[in-house]
Design a protein around this ligand. Structure first.
Ligand code: NAP
Length: 277
């Protein structure tokens, strides 16, 4: 039997309509600033998508394109100038940054009240103590996709492959906050396949094409594929979609699953920050 597809494009469209409705009650326009350092082509494409999304919901957006050889202090000054602007409510520093820049030092300087990606230590700390407000975009989008199944999260065994703050670690915390039993797998996990087979909810955020194969997946599991890997000019997920869809109960496609929801959650976070201060 084939798994039910969790369509991120459709869900993201619904989120944008809700945002447009909420916007009608506002007397000002929410503003998002994206900071790009260097010319990474994938980043340029992601930013273009984010700008297009902002247009769709009538947000103000601006891209601050800074040179790859920028000094870290100058980048931080730029972020601080954005912190001070009253017309900018959300700030996102596009990753990856050049290797000689300490990305944590930069994220530290985004004021938590404008941290559109929810990655500032204050917002991550709030996530740890189950006081979720602005949570990282990809994990939040993943939770929405899981909710779309109509299955309760509480009591489920959730397994996250990957433990980055951007995805794996944060989505694990969000699942824990919703009373799932959570296991993290990573590069040092012993017998990963045996662990993964226990998952009612499986989040694959590994960054390795088609890492999860059908034999690792529990029948009827909810499988969320976060991976975006470029193989022979096309985007491939971390899950071997064609065979895993025959075992899973629900599955996200790549593209069209987590990606559009990540962007929709960026809009939602920006609106939240604009309204809440
Ligand atoms: P990351 O920081 O590189 O983290 C990858 C994680 O996978 C690490 O925790 C690593 O373990 C683990 N891992 C790597 N190889 C492994 C192996 N052989 N066995 C078990 N675990 C392994 O990547 P990320 O930023 O979390 O992103 C993960 C993927 O999601 C990437 O493909 C990225 O492009 C994609 N992504 C998609 C979106 C979206 O919107 N769709 C957003 C963000 C990221 P260690 O910690 O032990 O090194």
């Amino acid at each position: 039997m084939s798994a039910e597809l969790l369509n991120g494009n459709q869900l993201a469209k619904r989120v944008r309509s809700q945002i447009r409705r909420k916007l009608k009650k506002l007397t000002f326009t929410p503003g998002l600033a994206v900071v790009q350092v260097g010319n990474d082509p994938a980043s340029t494409l992601y930013i273009k998508h984010k700008q297009r999304d902002c247009e769709k919901v009538h947000f103000h957006s601006e891209v601050h394109h800074l040179p790859a050889d920028i000094h870290q202090d100058t980048l931080i000054e730029h972020v601080e100038a954005l912190n001070a602007r009253t017309d900018i409510h959300g700030i996102l520093v596009q990753m990856p940054l050049p290797q000689d820049i300490d990305k944590e030092a930069v994220i530290d300087k985004i004021t938590p009240h404008k941290d559109a990606d929810g990655l500032n230590p204050v917002n991550l700390g709030n996530l740890v103590i189950n006081r979720e407000r602005v949570t990282p975009c990809t994990p939040t989008g993943i939770i929405r996709l899981i909710e779309l199944t109509g299955e309760p999260i509480e009591g489920k065994h959730a397994i996250c492959i990957g433990r980055s703050p951007l995805v794996g670690k944060s989505v694990g915390l969000m699942l824990l906050n919703r009373n799932a039993t959570v296991t993290y797998c990573h590069s040092r996990t012993v017998d990963l396949a045996a662990e993964v087979q226990k998952a009612d909810i499986l989040v694959a955020a590994v960054g390795r094409p088609e890492f999860v194969i059908a034999d690792m997946v529990k029948p009827d599991a909810i499988v969320i594929d976060v991976g975006i890997n470029h193989v022979n000019g096309r985007a491939v997920g971390d899950v071997k979609f064609e065979e895993v869809k025959e075992v899973a109960g629900f599955i996200t496609p790549v593209p069209g699953g987590v990606g559009p929801m990540t962007r929709a959650m960026l809009l939602e976070n920006t609106l939240k920050l604009a309204i809440g201060g």
